[in-house]
Design a protein. Structure first.
Length: 357
């Protein structure tokens, strides 16, 4: 099928599953097929994953990190991307901090923790495919002007015909800089809400975790979800649903304004906020402001069971990162707090507790 920059919408998305536990692999295959994807094959080692990826050329690879082979999933993912340009999503259980940090340095197209939730898997796959298509489109656009200028990280240099005078060289250089900056912006931006996307969140979160762990400073994470959003979509239609997401995102940005903070779309109707150097009381304050800001939007929601307007449920956690915990522990604790907020009646805030080995 190949891995073109624009996946044919009339064909199934083909996925290679890399998982060395047979039962888990079959279960993942069943979930993927129920979501409408085609599993082209299953590999149980890093070496086999690279071989099958090269032979089958799937649109996407779901890669377990901890494999019973000489190479682990991180090394396999890096080779698959570097040599085949096939996007990889990590699907794994808890691993040691150094492995997780090494995985994030490969800039994967997604990261899902076991046990796998269908909705999270679907959102991660669609986000990865959309990001890949967007990046390939922009790369192709840059390729069209490669005879004039060539991007080189971290700076750009100009390669022009000898007859081009210095003034035009400077103009081309500045145009390329602007194009490159736009590329960076777009690959980190959620196209619907115009806030940071999941990729940008992952990058920022791991960087802040390492920095605050080193400096022994607090980190807070807020995870929120629009209450009864499926009912909202079913009642008002997807166009109104998209507008609701945009307005909620705008409300979040109006509250979270410190330069180091980050507001991102986590997936679907979920949003996440990173608050570096913020303790428990500071996180409560921001969470309360978010709750009020969404209420003040007064977006009608006739099918909500708790209000006549759109509301959100919020879970948050605050800790000082340390070597006994991983970033995933913080995300898991925030997710559990969000679940508790929903279970207790929604339109409220719940604080989480981080536990880990």
């Amino acid at each position: 099928m190949g891995n073109s920059s624009e996946i044919d919408k009339t064909k199934l998305v083909e996925i290679l599953v890399v998982e060395d536990e047979y039962i888990l692999a079959i279960n993942l295959q069943e979930i993927l097929e129920s979501l409408g994807y085609a599993v082209v094959d299953i590999a149980d080692s890093a070496e086999e994953a690279i071989e099958k990826a090269a032979k089958l050329r799937p649109n996407l690879v779901l890669m377990d990190i901890c494999l019973q082979s000489e190479m682990d999933g991180v090394e396999a993912a890096e080779q698959i991307w570097n040599h085949l340009q096939i996007p990889v999503i990590y699907v794994t259980g808890y691993s040691d901090n150094s492995t997780l940090e090494r995985a994030m340095l490969t800039l994967p197209f997604g990261y899902i923790l076991k046990p796998i939730k269908e909705q999270e898997l679907y959102v991660a796959i669609q986000t990865a495919l959309n990001r890949y298509q967007r990046e390939q489109f922009l790369i192709n656009e840059l390729q069209k002007i490669k005879d004039a200028v060539i991007p080189a990280a971290p700076k750009l240099y100009v390669k022009c015909p000898n007859h081009v005078d210095p003034v035009h060289r400077l103009i081309l250089y500045e145009q390329m800089q602007a194009t490159n900056e736009e590329l960076k912006r777009l690959v980190n931006l959620d196209p619907l809400t115009q806030i940071a996307n999941r990729r940008r969140f992952d990058e920022c979160f791991y960087v802040e975790w390492r920095r605050l762990k080193r400096d022994r400073l607090p980190l807070s994470l807020i995870l929120l979800d629009i209450d009864f959003f499926k009912r909202y979509n079913d009642t008002y239609g997807h166009l109104m649903g998209d507008d609701c997401l945009r307005r909620v995102a705008s409300a979040l940005k109006s509250v979270v304004q410190r330069p180091a903070d980050l507001v991102a779309r986590y997936g679907g109707e979920e949003f996440v906020v990173i608050l570096p150097n913020t303790r428990h009381q500071g996180a409560i304050y921001i969470a309360q402001k978010i709750l009020e800001a969404v209420r003040n939007l007064a977006i009608p929601h006739a099918k909500s069971s708790i209000s006549n307007y759109v509301t959100v449920s919020i879970g948050f956690v605050s800790i000082v990162p340390n070597s006994k915990l991983s970033p995933e522990h913080l995300i898991e604790a925030a997710d559990k707090a969000l679940y508790t907020a929903k279970h207790q009646g929604r339109d409220r805030i719940c604080a989480g507790v981080v536990t880990g080995s």
